[in-house]
Design a protein around this ligand. Structure first.
Ligand SMILES: Cc1ncc(COP(=O)(O)O)c(C=O)c1O
Length: 389
């Protein structure tokens, strides 16, 4: 029979809903999907040009498992310039998207029964990875009063002798909230005399709206040592399909162990993506990145305004990423049941959202605004009709 481990693993709820929406569309239904966490923009041309050059020059062979030297150099430069973090190339491991970076980390650190603290609402993958690697997710629930961020006090209360990892996502998927330097400093204080690793998922770092960003590892030398910084190009540079993510840790041995793991399963990421990624990180695509960020900011403002005008719905303005985490508790006929809300909305109005239950929080639904303003306007018009009943 199949392994217990694999049978316990769930399909990603966001991918499941996007797939369902695509299937309905293929059957001829008029479906608007706001479920995928994927920019609607094309990859900037300078990056594509470099990929074509790499392909035509025959750069099509295996590379070092952790990535070509110039890519790891480029990542180090980026981390220094943008985040004030000093890593050496051998402290970088490039993987098939940040998803694989996270998989490597959990496999490398978790022993059976180790606890992984995950602030809720959370990105769907963390609890699955924690469980799959033998660990136990421990959730810290947040709410709108704390802008969906954990406090130092909550963290202190959640720590036990078995705590191995704290996961921090800033900006957050699904809420878009960003931790301030002061908040991270308080968290760092709680961790100071512990052996807890911090996994800092900074995937949405480039998508910020009027706030500044602090990398968790930059808070102190102690945080630099205990933090594994995770980032990638999927969201910021519209490169979801290229599969480029990376992790950085000053623990050379840990990085080598994860390199060993990757060498036994997927080896290096696509060689052409690696060359293109050097250009993506070089600054040559910065104007395109800013153009996309600016468009997302306008869409965020539009989406928030339209949603907050609907009786029964409300949303806190996200400070980053491209999601609205919409409070549906005021729509009394659902009693906060986010799955019921999403399935009826999809079948009645052809609008796909992700239920908050998938992110560990009932009473909310996630709306991705990584799509055109026309789609946002039309989708929210349908949501309003649906909510009115
Ligand atoms: C918070 C967060 N981390 C990591 C990822 C993984 O991104 P990728 O594997 O495309 O690099 C995602 C994608 O949805 C995400 O939302």
């Amino acid at each position: 029979m199949y392994s217990q481990k694999i049978q316990n693993l769930s399909e990603s709820a966001t991918i499941a809903i996007s797939t369902l929406a695509s299937e309905l569309k293929a059957k001829g239904r008029d479906v608007l999907s706001f479920s995928a966490g994927e920019p609607d923009f094309d990859t900037p041309q300078v990056i594509k040009d470099e990929a074509i050059r790499a392909l035509n020059s025959g750069f099509t062979k295996y590379t070092a498992v952790a990535g070509i030297p110039e890519l790891r150099e480029a990542i180090c430069k980026k981390l220094k310039k943008d985040n004030n973090l000093s890593y050496t190339p051998k402290q970088i491991l490039v993987s098939n998207g940040a998803k694989q970076s996270l998989f490597n980390i959990f496999q490398a650190l978790i022993n059976d029964g180790d606890e992984v603290i995950i602030p809720a609402p959370y990105w769907v993958t963390y609890p699955e990875l924690a469980t799959y690697s033998g660990g136990k997710p421990v959730f810290i629930n947040t709410d709108e009063n704390s802008n969906f961020k954990i406090t130092a006090k909550q963290l202190k209360e959640a720590i036990t002798s078995k705590t191995k990892i704290l996961v921090l996502t800033t900006p957050s998927n699904p809420t878009g909230m960003v931790y301030t330097k002061a908040e991270l400093t308080e968290i760092a204080q709680v961790l100071k005399d512990t052996k807890i690793w911090v996994v800092s998922d900074e995937m949405y770092e480039k998508l910020l709206y009027g706030v500044s960003f602090t990398s968790v590892a930059s808070i102190s030398d102690d945080m630099m040592k205990r933090t594994i910084t995770v980032n990638g190009l999927s969201k910021a540079v519209a490169m979801t399909g290229w599969r480029m993510g990376y992790l950085a840790s000053v623990d050379d041995k840990l990085v080598k162990l994860m390199d060993n793991l990757q060498s036994q399963c997927t080896s290096n990421i696509n060689s052409i993506t690696q060359k293109a990624s050097v250009v993506a990180l070089s600054g040559d695509a910065d104007n395109d990145i800013e153009m996309m960020r600016d468009a997302f900011e306008k869409r965020r403002d539009l989406g928030c305004e339209l949603i907050n005008n609907i009786a029964g719905l409300s949303v806190q303005k996200p400070q980053g990423a491209f999601y609205l985490f919409i409070n549906i508790k005021g729509v009394s006929r659902f009693g906060g049941d986010s799955m019921k809300f999403c399935s009826e909305l999809l079948s009645q109005e052809g609008v796909a959202l992700v239920p908050g239950s998938a992110f560990g929080m009932e009473g909310y639904v996630r709306f991705s605004f990584a799509c055109s303003t026309e789609q946002i306007t039309e989708g929210i018009k349908r949501i309003e009709k649906f909510v009115r009943g």
